[in-house]
Structures are given as structure tokens and as C-alpha cells.
Design a protein around this ligand. Structure first.
Ligand code: ADP
Ligand code: MG
Length: 379
């Protein structure tokens, strides 16, 4: 995105967020889909700030009002399967994946954007809330991001997990809306804007106008499916077994969505499936591109399907405004070029694709009361 004065950008974004909240509030009030979940025994606000949590399949990013982003760590929890005790969360737990003794399991409690293990998600949220406030029992008001494609039951699970983890009140915000606010798009205007978010386990495409999602598609394909495709390729082509972290490292090192000016090569270490011995093979960036072709195609199809369903006026706006890319998966070199070539649209990468959802939710936090006062707390 074009560089502008940070202070002016921030002021503009806050102003946009206020108007978005108004627009979203009115819409949600009308269709009854407004979400506001409260703890039954509400402690008065003891000076604890509000927080926004981008609860992603791959990473959890925490934003505290007035302070900005205070934590960004992998959504991984290591649990002792005998005692049920949490051994580690975040970066430390991620290092344990694939390296734990039988009694400890290091897992990702979310799959494809939704909670797969409720109890572990609750523990993880508890850890992040405590980290944000440097104390164990904080009861902040919390905004959590949820993918737009999830069901009511799945949304409810996120709310319940946040409440169980200590939140005093919880609101959900749809991820593409948060991404757009975080990237500074003026989504409250009656103008169509399109966002593509590629996360670890999901990719979402959404067309937003007047602060709400008009059309969206969510596919269960993200960065991890690309990693799996790389592992699969190495098995097939070289009879080499590698772990998921090695596959991701290959993608980060030499992965691309479109031809590179200088193609790259790296050595990959793994276990040979026939001899069983540790083996190293050279791997070229062209091979990685070929390996991740299928998941990328699925994401491109989701964009095309969304465009097909977009009302003509908004399609006209999008053709003029272009497409915003957010989420860690959009950092893949050449992705913007590929999407632009396929759709014929201008494509812009958010300034900080890994954190713009949390930043956008954080800006919505500034107006938590506007959310809260429009709907009575659920009993
Ligand atoms: P989520 O919202 O699901 O937590 P994120 O937006 O944090 O996901 O993105 C995580 C995904 O982005 C991972 O699959 C990771 O491998 C991928 N990713 C991060 N950086 C890059 C990069 N430079 N190139 C390609 N993929 C990347
Ligand atoms: Mg995400």
C-alpha cells in the first residue's frame, strides 16, 4: 500500500472504525444477528483495558486498547496427557510439535478457523489474556475475530471459550471486516471492497460495502495445505518423509506462486522411505511451485466464484478499487502477481498481513460501548 503519514493514517482509521461500528451496529440491530455475550456476575471494570484477539488457526495476535499489539504467537498448546496440565503455549509449544515424548501432546486447538478442542482453546485464551495483563485473573472485555464462514454453533463456541478463559464480555467480529479496517479501507462507504485473507487453515474472500459483508466464500485451504502439498511432493518424487515444520520452512525459504527472477534451490533433510536413513536432497523453487499449484488453484477459484456472485454495481467498484490481500499466506512471493493476472484486477498487499486483522479488531475496540449498548446482554 502507498506509504502515508502514520498519525494521519491512524486518525483516519479510528474515524473509519467509528463509522463502521455505527454502520455495523445498525445493520446487526435490524437483522437480530448482533452478538453480545456477558458474564453473569460482572465485576466492575477494575481498570483493565479491553482487548482484541485474532484467534487464528496458525497464530493468535493480541491487541490491548491504548497499547497496541502485545502478543503474537503460534496457536499451539502442549498438554501433559496424564495430568491434563498445560506444559507450554505459543512459541515454546510450537517448538515441541513432533518432538514430544508419548505423555505430552503439542497440538493446535483450532482447525480450519474453528475450535476443534474446546478445553485446550480455553486454556490458550487464558494464557493470552493473562500475558496481555501480566496477571492471572484479568476480566477484560474482549473482541474476538471469527472467520465469516463459520456456523452459529462454532461462533458460540468461541464466545464460550473466551468467557470461560476470563473475559467479562465478548463480541465477535468477522475476520474480513477486521482485516479491511486494519488495512485502512473505508468500508463504511457505499462502495464495494474486496478482501482475500489466506490463513493457516482457511482462505476467505469477501466483498464488503456499508460496513457489512455482501458476498463471501470461505475455503478450507490455507498455508498448511500448501505445506502438506510440499510434503506429498517430496514423498512422491524423492521418497523422502519430512515433518510439517520442515515443509513450512521450505515454503518460506523458496516457495512462490509465480516465476521468480532468480529461481532458488535448497537442501531438504528427511528420512528416506525405502532405506529408513536420514537423507538430504536438493529441491528447486520450480518444484515447490508445482507442488502447491492445487491449493493455490482452489483459492483462485474461490475469488472467481465470489466475483460471479457479486452484484454488478459492487463488481464495478471492485474493478476500480482492486483487491486487498491479508493473512500470512498472502506473503508468498508472486501471489499478488498471480491473483492479478488471473482476475485482471489491481491487487494490494496489506502493510502488515499477519497483524492487520488484530489491528482492525483493536480499532473496533475503541467503540466497544457502541456495540454493547445497542443490544441488551444475553441471559
Ligand atoms: P491464521 O489467521 O490462520 O492464524 P496467519 O494469517 O497467521 O494464519 O498466517 C499463517 C500462515 O501464513 C501459515 O501457514 C504460514 O506458513 C504462512 N506464512 C507466513 N509467512 C509466510 C511467507 N512469507 N510466505 C508464505 N507463507 C507464509
Ligand atoms: Mg487469520
Amino acid at each position: 500500500m502507498a506509504r502515508v503519514d502514520a498519525g494521519a493514517l491512524w486518525a483516519g482509521a479510528c474515524d473509519a472504525a467509528r463509522r463502521v461500528c455505527e454502520a455495523v451496529g445498525v445493520r446487526l440491530h435490524r437483522d437480530g444477528s448482533r452478538r453480545d455475550t456477558s458474564r453473569r456476575h460482572v465485576a466492575p471494570n477494575l481498570g483493565v483495558h479491553d482487548i482484541a484477539i485474532d484467534l487464528g488457526t496458525a497464530n493468535t495476535v493480541v491487541y490491548v486498547s491504548g497499547r497496541g499489539i502485545v502478543a503474537a504467537e503460534p496457536s499451539v498448546v502442549a498438554v501433559d496427557s496424564l495430568s491434563g496440565e498445560v506444559q507450554a503455549v505459543g512459541v515454546e509449544a510450537e517448538r515441541m510439535i513432533g518432538r514430544t515424548p508419548a505423555t505430552i501432546s503439542a497440538t493446535r486447538p483450532l482447525r480450519h478457523g474453528v475450535i476443534a478442542d474446546f478445553a485446550v482453546t480455553e486454556q490458550m485464551l487464558r494464557y493470552f489474556i493473562a500475558r496481555a495483563f501480566d496477571r492471572r485473573w484479568a476480566h477484560p472485555r474482549v473482541i474476538v475475530c471469527a472467520p465469516s464462514g463459520v456456523t452459529e454453533v462454532e461462533k458460540r463456541a468461541v464466545e464460550e471459550a473466551a468467557l470461560a478463559a476470563g473475559a467479562r464480555r465478548v463480541h465477535l467480529i468477522e475476520e474480513p471486516i477486521a482485516a479491511a479496517i486494519g488495512a485502512g479501507l473505508r468500508i463504511e462507504e457505499p462502495v464495494g471492497r474486496m478482501v482475500l485473507d489466506i490463513g493457516g487453515g482457511t482462505s476467505e474472500v469477501a466483498v464488503i460495502s456499508l460496513g457489512a459483508i455482501v458476498v463471501s466464500r470461505s475455503v478450507r485451504v490455507g498455508g498448511y495445505e500448501m505445506d502438506d502439498a510440499i510434503s506429498h511432493y517430496l514423498r512422491e518424487a524423492y521418497q523422502l518423509a519430512i515433518g510439517s515444520q520442515t515443509a513450512e520452512a521450505i515454503k518460506l525459504q523458496i516457495g512462490s506462486a509465480a516465476p521468480l527472477a532468480d529461481e532458488l534451490t535448497t537442501g531438504v533433510r528427511g528420512r528416506h522411505l525405502v532405506t529408513g536413513l536420514p537423507t538430504e536432497v536438493p529441491l528447486r523453487s520450480e518444484e515447490v511451485r508445482e507442488a502447491i499449484h492445487a491449493p493455490l488453484e482452489e483459492i483462485l477459484r474461490a475469488i472467481e466464484d465470489t466475483l460471479e456472485d457479486t452484484p454488478p454495481e459492487l463488481a464495478g467498484d471492485i474493478a476500480r478499487e482492486g483487491l486487498l490481500l491479508a493473512g500470512g499466506g498472502t506473503l508468498l512471493p508472486g501471489l499478488a502477481r498471480l491473483v492479478s493476472a488471473r482476475t485482471g484486477m489491481a491487487v494490494t498487499l496489506a502493510d502488515s498481513p499477519l497483524t492487520c486483522v488484530a489491528i482492525g479488531s483493536g480499532q473496533a475496540l475503541e467503540h466497544f460501548d457502541q456495540f454493547a449498548t445497542r443490544l441488551p446482554p444475553r441471559r
